[in-house]
Design a protein around this ligand. Structure first.
Ligand SMILES: O=P(O)(O)OC[C@H]1O[C@](O)(CO)[C@@H](O)[C@@H]1O
Length: 523
């Protein structure tokens, strides 16, 4: 069944939000906190090891209630059941959107065209498991009978960003295999990766859902040629595996049938790390950890599917994002994980969010006259503080922020962790509260060319009232990482539903590809 086609700006809730915005836009977060000493508790939602504090947002209970009405009027509930139920909600490509089935740990079947896809998913997972065990244990031998030491993932976009981000995020859980990523068509990228590798002990995982992507095929061919300088064709079977839906083209590349890891059309590239695209993750951290990642995602799926909107973390994140995007006119969001392990999270989310919701026609094909997908950026704190946070604190733009932090560090270096978390809390507090003239007076010393405190004052005052979410998680485990990624995936879904767009195609990237092919052919 098709998704409903409802213009959000024509809903009653939108009109109420418009009026409510006029009333609340000048209200300062300081006064919201002063007026309600239990604001933090009232605006915090808990789930497993997660505690998500929404209190530093420019919202009241009334805002939330209008936003929930917006979700109801745009029939989010019906959309959620179509999403999980395997309906063809990717209508422009005629496909279901079922990355959630890949981590379905329940016994419930998932039907695509009336066929339960769970047996096939489980079979593929066991193929990932046995292959991972063979390689990690050293039983899998290369063409000179040596065990594998290095793995190279060759892919781009969703066939690179997800595995690369997760392998980096779970570095603490890694085994002895060195995992590398080649994505850019820039020949220097591939050269830098292979220059120190030994073909006898390297496994290449070619990841391409379509197996037509110029970057991936070019890099794979270059690596194949490099490999064949020292090995013969028969050795390819021991060193090249592929992940794809296009089994014919993979076979033509010369990859052994038993080395093909299938994936499915109903998994979007940017949501594919849970599928065989996650093979490099499983190789890097072992199948058990990969499976925990899936379980964590599944638990967030269940929360999202079953929890009432007012207690539903992805729904709240999405609604508050819409509040800033469509009423305050914010154009960007910054993602600030206070963990070096998550430094690549925002690069991953850029594709997930911007490729999904960067759309300007609605589900009816009509031009949209309201803002859709946000521009997403960010990197690990505290480095971000010494780079771009000046603009977030005192610039002219309102940039909602997601602070992501962990109660425990992995190596337990308490002094570092306490300093890290002091910064984590300080940033969101500074953004929310700012610093008033009176507070500046108390500690102002005259600097530079200024001969009076009054003249220096404007530069030292912080307006504050800058919103943020605080996502506090007990510890960076594979399972919690799975929940975190799944949380953002569902935020994307909810926003796409409310904006009345199709989130699961990406035609916007095709024109550039076509032109590049033409320019190359006519060079
Ligand atoms: O896995 P493939 O088919 O090589 O595609 C790679 C990427 O290209 C895109 O289609 C966009 O360029 C992404 O959606 C996808 O993740």
């Amino acid at each position: 069944m098709a998704l409903k086609n409802i213009n959000p700006t024509q809903t009653e809730a939108w009109k109420k939000l418009d009026t409510h915005f006029q009333n609340i836009q000048a209200t300062h977060l300081r006064s919201l906190f002063n007026d309600n000493p239990s604001r933090k508790e009232e605006f915090t939602l808990k789930f497993n090891d997660f505690s998500v504090d929404f209190s530093k947002n420019r919202i009241t209970k009334e805002t939330i209630s209008h936003l929930i009405s917006l979700a109801e009027e745009t029939e989010l509930k019906d959309a959620i059941s179509k999403y999980f139920g395997g309906d063809e909600i990717n209508e422009t490509e005629g496909r279901a959107v079922l990355h959630t089935a890949l981590r379905n740990k329940s016994n419930n079947p998932v039907l695509v065209d009336e066929q339960n896809v769970m047996p096939e998913i489980r079979e593929t997972l066991s193929k990932i498991e046995s292959f991972t065990n063979e390689v990690v244990s050293g039983n899998w031998k290369g063409y000179t009978n040596k065990s594998i030491t290095d793995v190279v993932n060759i892919g781009i976009g969703g066939s690179d960003l997800g595995p690369d981000m997760v392998v980096d995020a779970l570095k603490y859980y890694k085994n002895h295999l060195n995992v590398h990523f080649v994505s850019n068509i820039d020949g220097d990228h591939v050269q830098e990766v292979i220059k120190n590798l030994n073909p006898e002990t390297t496994l290449f995982v070619i990841v391409s859902k379509t197996f037509t992507t110029q970057e991936t095929l070019t890099n794979a061919q270059t690596i194949r040629k490099w490999f064949l300088q020292t090995a013969n064709e028969a050795a390819i079977a021991k060193h090249f595996v592929a992940v794809s839906t296009n089994l014919k083209s993979v076979a033509e590349f010369g990859i052994d049938n038993s080395n093909i890891f299938p994936m499915w059309n109903w998994v979007g590239g940017r949501f594919s790390l849970w599928s065989t695209v996650g093979l490099s993750i499983s190789l890097a951290v072992g199948f058990e950890n990969f499976n925990s990642l899936l379980t964590g995602a599944f638990e967030m799926d269940e929360h999202f599917k079953n929890e009432a909107f007012e207690n539903n973390i992805p729904v709240q994140l999405a609604l508050i994002g819409i509040w800033y995007n469509n009423f305050f006119g914010s154009e960007t969001e910054v993602i600030l994980p206070y963990s070096q392990y998550l430094n690549k999270l925002s690069a991953y989310l850029q594709q997930a969010i911007m490729e999904s919701n960067g759309k300007s026609v609605d589900r009816n094909g009509d031009k949209i006259d309201y803002q859709t997908g946000s521009i997403v950026w960010g990197s690990a704190g505290t480095n971000s503080q010494h780079a771009y946070m000046q603009l977030v604190h005192q610039g002219t733009k309102m940039i909602p922020a997601d602070f992501i932090g962990f109660e425990e560090s992995l190596y337990g270096n308490q002094e570092h962790h306490e300093k890290l978390m002091a910064n984590f809390y300080a940033q969101s507090q500074a953004l929310a509260e700012g610093k008033t003239k009176d507070e500046v007076h108390l500690d102002l010393k005259l600097d530079g060319k200024f001969d009076s405190i009054e003249k220096l004052m404007p530069f030292k005052v912080f307006e504050g009232n800058k919103p943020s979410n605080t996502i506090l998680i007990k510890k960076l485990t594979p399972s919690n990482l799975g929940s975190l990624i799944s949380m953002y995936e569902h935020k994307i879904f909810v926003q796409g539903i409310i904006w009345n767009i199709f989130s699961y195609d990406q035609f916007g990237v095709e024109l550039g590809k076509e032109l590049a092919h033409k320019i190359y052919a006519n060079r």
